[in-house]
Design a protein around this ligand. Structure first.
Ligand SMILES: *[C@@H]1O[C@H](CO)[C@@H](O)[C@H](O)[C@H]1NC(C)=O
Ligand SMILES: *[C@@H]1O[C@H](CO)[C@@H](O)[C@H](O)[C@H]1NC(C)=O
Ligand SMILES: *[C@@H]1O[C@H](CO)[C@@H](O)[C@H](O)[C@H]1NC(C)=O
Ligand SMILES: *[C@@H]1O[C@H](CO)[C@@H](O)[C@H](O)[C@H]1NC(C)=O
Ligand SMILES: *[C@@H]1O[C@H](CO)[C@@H](O)[C@H](O)[C@H]1NC(C)=O
Ligand SMILES: *[C@@H]1O[C@H](CO)[C@@H](O)[C@H](O)[C@H]1NC(C)=O
Length: 339
C-alpha cells in the first residue's frame, strides 16, 4: 500500500514537472517594410520557458521589417520578466515642429510573451496590438519639457531608488548648455544598462550636443494577467534650464499610463497557467527534473496541435526514456522502503 502511494506520488510529481516544459515556435524572417512573410518554423520544448513572438514592422517602404518566434532565453533584448504573459515594446513622444501636429506618439517593435504550448504561432502576428499605447498628459509634457534654455543642464551619473524618493541634485554638477538641449536617461538593470544599481534606476543626465526637439522615449512591459506595467528605461530631452533633474524624471514616470488593445489576442483571458503548476517538493524527484521534457507534456495538457512534426517524434523517444528512468527509480524505492 505504501509502495502504491509512493508510485502514485512519484508519477504525479513527474507529470507536474513535465507540464513546466513549454513548446514554442522558432523561426525568423525579414521582408520589405510591411509585406509580412511567414517563415517555416520548428518547435522545441524547453523547461520553464516563455514563448515570444517579436514583430518589427515599418511603414517606410525602404525599411526592412522582421518577425521572430523564439524561446525567451534565446532573445537577449528582453529584460528580466516577472510574469510570463506580456507585451513588451518601445514608445516615444516628441513635439512635432509643425504646430498642427503637436505632441506625436510613435511606437516601435513589439514583443508578445506567452506560456502555453505553441502560443507564439507566427501566423497570429496580426493579432498582436500595435503598441502599449503609453501616454503622458500634454500638460505634463509642456510643463516639464518646454521653456527657455539660456544657461545650464545637470550632469549626473548615479543610482536612484525604484520610486525616485530622493530627488536631491546636490551631488550633480551643472554644465553650460545654451541653445542646445538637456537630456537624461534612467535605466533599470537590463542587458543594455551600463551600471548596476540592483533593482533601482541608473540615472544619468547630460547636455545634448545640439538643439533637439522635446521628447520622451520609453521601453516598457505590460503584464497581461495582472494588468500592470513596468518601465525599464526612460530617456528624455527637455528645453529649459536644469530641467533634466530627478524631479522631472519622477513626475514623467508617475504620469505614464498604458492602454494596449488586446481584443484580438485570443488566448489572453483564458490561457492556462502552466507556470503555476509546481511540485510540492523538488527534492523527491531529483534527477528526473532535468530530463522530464518532451512528450509527457502533450499527454498531460492535450494542447499539442497537428502542426508539431519532427519534434513530437523526438520527444516520443524521450518519453520512453523518462518512463524507463521512472520505472527504475520506482523499483529502487520499492526495495529501499521494503527493507
Ligand atoms: C526595427 O526595424 C527598423 C527598420 O528596419 C530598424 O531600424 C530597427 O533597428 C529594428 N529594431 C529592432 C529591435 O529590431
Ligand atoms: C494632446 O496633444 C495632441 C497634439 O498636440 C492632440 O492630438 C491630443 O488630442 C492632445 N490630448 C489631449 C488629451 O488634449
Ligand atoms: C552625495 O555624495 C556623498 C558622498 O558620496 C554621499 O554621502 C551623500 O549621501 C550624497 N548625497 C545625496 C543626496 O545623494
Ligand atoms: C535577472 O534575474 C536574475 C534572477 O533574479 C538575476 O540573477 C539576473 O542578474 C537578472 N538580470 C538582470 C540583467 O538584471
Ligand atoms: C527641475 O526641472 C523642472 C522643469 O522640468 C524645473 O521647473 C525645476 O526647477 C528643476 N529643479 C531643479 C532643482 O533644478
Ligand atoms: C473564459 O472561460 C470562461 C469559462 O470557462 C468563459 O465563460 C469565458 O467566456 C471565456 N472568456 C473568453 C474571452 O473566451
Amino acid at each position: 500500500m505504501l509502495n502504491l502511494s509512493c508510485f502514485v506520488a512519484l508519477l504525479f510529481l513527474s507529470l507536474n514537472h513535465s507540464i513546466s516544459a513549454l513548446s514554442c515556435y522558432e523561426c525568423q524572417s525579414t521582408f520589405p517594410a510591411s509585406s509580412i512573410c511567414l517563415p517555416p518554423c520548428t518547435t522545441r520544448f524547453v523547461l520553464d520557458s516563455t514563448c515570444v513572438l517579436m514583430r518589427n514592422i515599418s511603414l517606410e517602404p525602404s525599411d526592412v521589417g522582421s518577425l521572430r518566434a523564439a524561446h525567451i532565453g534565446d532573445v537577449s533584448t528582453i529584460p528580466n520578466i516577472t510574469e510570463k504573459s506580456f507585451i513588451f515594446g518601445e514608445e516615444a513622444v516628441y513635439l512635432n515642429p509643425s504646430p498642427t501636429v503637436g505632441w506625436d506618439w510613435e511606437y516601435g517593435p513589439i514583443t508578445y510573451g506567452c506560456d502555453t504550448n505553441g502560443c507564439n504561432e507566427p501566423g497570429d502576428v496580426n493579432r498582436l496590438p500595435n503598441a502599449l499605447n503609453a501616454r503622458i498628459p500634454n500638460a505634463t509634457l509642456e510643463r516639464l519639457l518646454l521653456g527657455d534654455l539660456d544657461n545650464s543642464c545637470y550632469v549626473c551619473n548615479t543610482c536612484v531608488d525604484s520610486d525616485v524618493t530622493n530627488t536631491d541634485m546636490s551631488n550633480c554638477t551643472k554644465q553650460p548648455c545654451q541653445s542646445h538641449a538637456c537630456g537624461f536617461v534612467a535605466t533599470r538593470n537590463s542587458p543594455s544598462s551600463t551600471a548596476q544599481c540592483n533593482a533601482a534606476w541608473h540615472y544619468s543626465s547630460y547636455c545634448m550636443g545640439s538643439r533637439e526637439v522635446a521628447q520622451v522615449d520609453m521601453t516598457l512591459i505590460y503584464y497581461i494577467r495582472s494588468k500592470s506595467f513596468y518601465i525599464y528605461q526612460m530617456e528624455a530631452i527637455c528645453l529649459s534650464n536644469d530641467c533634466n533633474n530627478m524631479t522631472t524624471f519622477k513626475q514623467l514616470k508617475d504620469a505614464v499610463t498604458v492602454d494596449p488593445d488586446l481584443t484580438c489576442l485570443i488566448d489572453y483571458s483564458n490561457s492556462s497557467t502552466t507556470t503555476s503548476i509546481r511540485p510540492v517538493t523538488s527534492t523527491a524527484v531529483g534527477g528526473l527534473t532535468s530530463t522530464a521534457v518532451g512528450g509527457l507534456t502533450s499527454t498531460a495538457t492535450g494542447g499539442l496541435t497537428s502542426t508539431l512534426t519532427g519534434s513530437t517524434e523526438g520527444s516520443g523517444s524521450e518519453q520512453i526514456f523518462i518512463n524507463t528512468k521512472l520505472f527504475i527509480f520506482v523499483i529502487f524505492s520499492f526495495y529501499f522502503i521494503k527493507f
